[in-house]
Design a binder for this molecule. Structure first.
Ligand SMILES: NC(=O)CCC(=O)C(=O)O
Length: 264
């Protein structure tokens, strides 16, 4: 399976529409890949909070339209990263879109864990509730977004739902880059799954982005890692490695559920 992660730069000098056009062209250039993964909130920037409302779109808005067409033009499965979705009830969600090679929507995932504690995304966006997996030829994709990476129970639930490859679009800041690579490898090792984590480059809202998109195999080995700047990270991997790893080192079978809490 060949995957391309498009680590686009999100800088303030470029409009959302300009970046959408540029991203569509980059996706088209990936014809021949099986799967293309884009970052979180790449039209606005994950930290450009004031842009969330201004650039919000209905699910089938301009990013949906442009990415559905780019997926079908390139003939690839496209995890189009996330958009600031304005739902019918007026609420905002950080919503990821996955398209099939014919340009049909295969899945939409509303980010469950919102970042910012009592500010930013955590107050501006609603929280998703539903786990999302997508059956691709050769693997089942489990989807999560950025801050979700810190919550292992979400990833374990995705594995329970059949996920073998975990796609994580992100807008992760440079300041916590060491957490990003550590957590991506941890999620791969503990779940014996591939992790495809795609971040952004550039600086927006005064927050330099980490870049360093990364692909990790089920043994925790880094197959490819981007630098800090805009880059398309392309990697070939064998999805059957997940089943082999789970069979040869069957740690997932040793899970103990329902442990008792100590009485005080
Ligand atoms: N956009 C995000 O979810 C940022 C997450 C982050 O900065 C962190 O977990 O650290």
């Amino acid at each position: 399976m060949r995957a391309s992660l498009i680590q686009i730069a999100v800088n303030e000098g470029e409009s959302a529409e300009g970046r959408r056009r540029r991203m569509a062209a980059l996706v088209r250039e990936q014809a021949g890949a099986d799967l293309v993964v884009l970052p979180e909130l790449w039209t606005t920037g994950a930290f450009a909070f004031e842009e969330f409302g201004a650039q919000a779109e209905p699910l089938e808005g301009p990013t949906y339209e442009a990415m559905a067409k780019a997926a079908s033009d390139a003939g690839v499965w496209l995890h189009a990263g996330s958009v600031p979705e304005r739902a019918a009830d007026g609420r905002l969600y950080n919503t990821s879109l996955v398209f099939s090679p014919s340009g049909d929507l295969a899945a939409a995932y509303r980010k469950i864990h919102r970042f910012g504690f009592d500010k930013g995304e955590a107050v501006l966006m609603g929280a998703g509730r539903e786990l999302v997996t997508v059956r691709l030829p050769g693997t089942t994709l489990g989807v999560a977004t950025c801050y979700d990476l810190r919550f292992p129970e979400l990833f374990r639930s995705l594995v329970d739902a059949g996920a073998e490859t975990l796609a994580v679009p992100a807008g992760w800041p440079e300041r916590r880059r060491s957490h990003w690579t550590l957590l991506a490898r941890a999620r791969a090792v503990e779940n014996q799954a591939f992790v495809l984590a795609c971040g952004t480059a550039g600086t927006h809202a005064g927050v330099p982005q980490a870049g360093h998109s990364i692909v990790v195999d089920p043994w925790g080995e880094v197959l490819a890692e981007a630098g800090a700047d805009e880059e398309v990270l392309t990697v070939e991997f064998d999805p059957a490695q997940v089943a082999r790893t789970r069979e040869q080192f069957p740690a997932l079978k040793d899970r103990v559920l329902g442990m008792e809490t100590p009485r005080r």
